[in-house]
Design a protein around this ligand. Structure first.
Ligand code: AHM
Ligand code: MG
Length: 340
């Protein structure tokens, strides 16, 4: 065993686990519980599509026609619609927002609006799909801020500190769902033979001794001095002692997941021509930051905690450093000392 994760001997389905968490909150109404079930179901459906991604009816650009003469829907649009359709009618949500859509997605008028807000990246890393590389779904759940009617953009623009729950699914050699409601981070692996997510990683904590650093080193020329020196530090050239190994998939969820279990740091920093970085604050960085903190780690934009940033717009980007707390703090130090 290279990680500190414990494997349980009893079989706990995700339904049982979420329900038991709910029972430790006597004030809970069950709405969040059911919302998490719905996301697990969406994950199963998306997983079933991603494992068939090479097949003719899915592969290709949206707008193409497949051999049956049907329009091809790209997998990221299909994932987006799956999540929306499983959640639009339940009365649990006031509003949704997706990476795939420019504006917040209203709950249709014929359905009741609820008290939660769901932000999601339906298929992160989707440029990897055609090469059979892992992709993922990220979700963030807030309480609504507005008191009645349909939810608004304001409901979607909340600091990560306000998160009620966050999680991701990774569609790799197996499908996993990892989530937190603020009481630890728990991972479930989909058993395809029974179609159930089973608890496989209870109370995940990032290992104290990190193994990996993860960054697109191809962009090194575009980095500030602080980021270059931080990278040298991770390579053992500026005082760390031993070098960390470089691992970079180019799928945020898969890179984050590996480092969560193995220890390490992922970063997508500011670049000279792209000071805002690439990744999105509201539905990529913030939910993963919440998970990282719950697992004993930390996430920063280089100067402050990701969870303390007030989003100004739905698709706002942010530089991101995430993983072992001391490594992310070290990144902040290099940025402070050399770039500010
Ligand atoms: P996407 O939301 O368009 O899929 O882009 C986000 C992805 C992340 O999963 C990944 O960390 C990053 O883009 C990789 O970018 P790059 O190819 O520039 O390294
Ligand atoms: Mg994305």
């Amino acid at each position: 065993m290279t990680t500190q994760t414990t494997f349980t001997s009893t079989i706990t389905t995700i339904e049982r686990h979420i329900l038991e968490e709910q029972q430790s909150h006597p004030e809970a109404t069950g709405v969040l519980t059911n919302l998490l079930y719905d996301l697990a179901l969406a994950g199963k459906i998306i997983a079933s599509k991603t494992t068939r991604a090479g097949l003719a009816e899915i592969l290709g650009e949206a707008g193409d026609t497949n051999i049956q003469g049907e329009e091809v829907m790209k997998l990221d649009r299909l994932a987006d619609r799956t999540i929306f359709r499983l959640n639009d009618h339940t009365g649990r949500l006031a509003v949704m927002a997706s990476e795939e859509r420019a504006a917040p997605i209203n709950i249709p008028d014929r359905y009741r609006a609820g008290k939660y807000v769901l932000l999601y990246d339906p298929l992160d890393g989707s440029s990897n799909i055609d090469y059979n590389v892992s992709v993922g779904t990220i979700f963030a759940i807030y309480q609504r801020k507005t008191s009645e009617g349909r939810g608004t953009l304001d409901d979607c623009l909340q600091k990560g500190r306000e998160l009620v729950a966050a999680g991701y699914l990774t569609y790799g050699s197996s499908t996993m769902l990892v989530y937190t409601t603020g009481a630890g981070v728990h991972g479930f692996t989909l058993d395809p033979s029974v179609g159930e997510f089973l608890l496989s990683h209870h109370n995940i904590q990032i290992p104290k001794n990190p193994k990996y650093y993860s960054v697109n080193q191809g962009y090194e020329e575009n980095w500030s001095e602080g980021i270059q020196r931080f990278t040298h530090y991770l390579q053992g050239r500026e005082g760390l002692g031993t070098a960390l190994s470089l691992r970079y998939i180019g799928s945020l969820v898969a890179d984050f997941h590996r480092n969560l279990l193995a220890g390490g740091v992922f970063y997508y920093p500011a670049e000279k021509e792209k000071p805002e970085g690439k990744l999105r604050l509201a539905y990529e960085a913030a939910p993963l930051a919440f998970i990282a903190e719950q697992a004993g780690g930390y996430a920063s934009d280089g100067a402050q905690s990701i969870l303390d940033i007030q989003p100004e717009s739905l698709h706002q980007r942010t530089p991101l450093f995430i993983g072992n707390r001391d490594l992310v703090k070290k990144a902040e130090g290099f940025v402070r000392d050399y770039d500010q």
